[in-house]
Design a protein around this ligand. Structure first.
Ligand SMILES: [Zn+2]
Length: 194
């Protein structure tokens, strides 16, 4: 039952209790903060430390949820990237952040879990598809030409499939092409449906 300054070979009695209660779901984090008079952030740190020491932390999603995204440099970078462009693969995102994909996923899940970022962000796995969608979004090419360029026979069905999944790619065209578009592709997906 020694507490305090022991070198970090094991958790303190209190921290063990916290982990125990957290795992047994007998106390949610807000309750633990009250019970032990410590902050949410501190509980999160204790759980993280416990995990490093080999303790099993059961409710990992909740753990992710209490990751403080506002203070996290990586999360802030992800938010900035997401603001500019939602079309990116997780692998590419991790590359841009210079971190491992797994680590990147943890931050992403945390952001998604707390609703800071759309669940659809970085869900496309194929780099080629992302490039094609970006091309469709930014370049003044008719969709069929985009499909040809990236080797998709039916780019329209891909677009509508993505749209069904919740990824509605809106064209950011300068302007003159819009009328051409209507003629060439009568079934065009209407850019703004929100
Ligand atoms: Zn983060």
């Amino acid at each position: 039952m020694r507490r305090g300054r022991k070198p970090a070979k094991d958790l303190s009695f209190r921290d063990k209790k916290i982990v125990e209660q957290y795992n047994s779901a007998s106390a949610a984090v807000p309750l633990l903060t009250k019970k032990y008079c410590i902050s949410k952030q501190r509980i999160y740190e204790i759980l993280k430390r416990a995990k490093r020491m080999g303790y099993v932390i059961k409710r990992q999603n909740v753990l992710a949820l209490y990751h403080d995204v506002h203070q996290c440099e990586v999360c802030n970078k992800i938010l900035k990237i997401a603001e500019k462009d939602e079309l990116i693969t997780r692998r590419h995102l991790a590359q841009r952040l210079s971190i491992e994909v797994d680590a990147c996923n943890r931050h992403l899940d945390s952001l998604k879990g707390s609703g800071f970022i759309s669940k659809k962000f970085a869900t496309i796995r194929s780099d080629r598809l992302v490039q094609a969608l970006q091309c469709y979004k930014y370049e003044s090419l008719p969709p069929a030409a985009v499909g040809r360029k990236f080797g998709y026979k039916n780019f329209y069905s891909i677009l509508s499939y993505q749209k069904k999944k919740g990824i509605n790619v809106k064209r950011m065209l300068k302007s003159p092409l819009v009328s051409n578009l209507k003629q060439e592709e009568p079934m065009a997906i209407i850019p703004a449906m929100s």
